[in-house]
Ligand binder design. Structure first.
Ligand SMILES: Nc1ncnc2c1ncn2[C@@H]1O[C@H](COP(=O)(O)OP(=O)(O)O)[C@@H](O)[C@H]1O
Ligand SMILES: [Mg+2]
Length: 329
């Protein structure tokens, strides 16, 4: 049984202006489905503005889907505790004027999880211990704590209600390079100890590579590639994934048959209101053909358990493979 199942999640926002824009919508997320097995990590990667945070908000019920649904352990739960969010910026996630004790004890009080001051203190200290912080952090306020430590506090707060899964929306993006790895290792350690499932949203491919079991690649509200992390990072199929990963040093398997790496992404993501016709990526795709301007590809299984949405997939991969064979002989 999967910890999280996202079924055809869609979120459209009305465009808030009159005149020509009236009645039009922002396609924040369009028909996205994925599964997260228990104790595993699904990474959602893609450029800014492609709908990752909107998915995060739908998973934790901060935003109601336009259509589609989220299942926890196969059921549509009313229980809001099951999936908790850790977001990018711990300073805005925590109340500056309140102590860390307050941050940790508030969810306990709201959900009636530890009654009495002594029990709440004990649990708050235990939560700090889980994230490697000493009990004397209870009396501190966010202003006097470093970013890395403060992000640990938001993780501890998310764990207060004993969730089954965490949605980590750019958890390391606001941290100094030197403390990113510390947080990643803490998250991996907590996952092993507590059996947590993670949805990791990040534009930092190195972090996704380090943590993910599976990867979903998003472009303009849609999934374009989805599969095991090893396959997607080691042998990306979709032209968007290939270009996205081309910018990352040290990733193997990115050259085509002639050893030419895919071009890095040029230009910006198009407007989520004026979605390009056909394949949404065709305006930036190095392999776009006429058909790509007319027909929108669907996410298809290529037989090895991985999925990609590209009309030219068979063609492009069969061009790459024989050339690779030639080179070896
Ligand atoms: N509350 C909102 N109202 C209108 N548009 C929104 C809202 N939230 C997000 N969007 C739009 O939806 C798209 C996806 O945004 P987001 O999910 O934040 O992307 P990401 O996290 O991948 O950067 C963007 O075009 C963004 O401007
Ligand atoms: Mg975001």
């Amino acid at each position: 049984m999967n910890a999280i199942t996202a079924e055809n999640l869609t979120k459209h926002y009305p465009v808030r202006s009159g005149g020509r824009a009236k009645g039009r919508v922002v396609h924040a997320v369009d028909d996205v489905s994925f599964e997260v097995p228990p104790g595993r990590t699904l990474a959602i990667v893609g450029e800014s503005g492609c709908g990752k945070s909107t998915i995060a908000r739908m998973l934790v019920r901060l935003v109601r889907p336009t259509s589609g649904r989220v299942l926890v352990q196969g059921e549509e739960r009313i229980d809001a505790r099951a999936i908790q969010l850790v977001s990018q910026n711990p300073w805005s996630a925590l109340n500056r004027r309140k102590s860390i004790r307050h941050a940790l004890e508030q969810p306990l009080a709201v959900h009636g999880l530890a009654t009495g001051r002594a029990a709440r203190t004990a649990r708050a200290e235990e939560l700090l211990g889980l994230v490697g912080l000493s009990p004397d952090y209870l009396t501190r306020r966010p202003g006097g704590v470093s970013g890395g430590e403060l992000q640990r506090v938001t993780v501890a707060r998310a764990l207060a209600v004993e969730p089954e899964a965490l949605v980590l929306d750019e958890p390391t993006a606001s941290l100094d390079v030197s403390v990113k790895a510390l947080l990643v290792n803490l998250l991996l350690d907590l996952q092993r100890r507590l059996g947590l499932s993670y949805v990791l949203i990040t534009h930092e491919i190195e972090i996704a590579r380090h943590m993910a079991d599976q990867v979903a690649v998003m472009y303009l509200g849609r999934l374009v590639e989805y599969g095991d992390a090893e396959q997607v990072f080691g042998d990306p199929r979709h032209p968007y994934t290939r270009s996205l990963l081309a910018a990352v040093p040290g990733l193997a398997g990115l050259g085509d048959g002639a050893g030419v790496p895919p071009p890095p992404l040029a230009g910006d993501v198009p407007s989520a209101v004026d979605i390009p016709s056909g394949c949404r990526f065709h305006t930036r795709c190095p392999s776009a053909a006429d058909a790509c301007r007319r027909t929108e590809p669907i996410l298809e299984d290529s037989g090895d358990g991985r999925q990609a949405a590209c009309l030219r997939l068979a063609e492009l991969t069969s061009i790459a493979s024989p050339a690779a064979d030639n080179e070896q002989t």
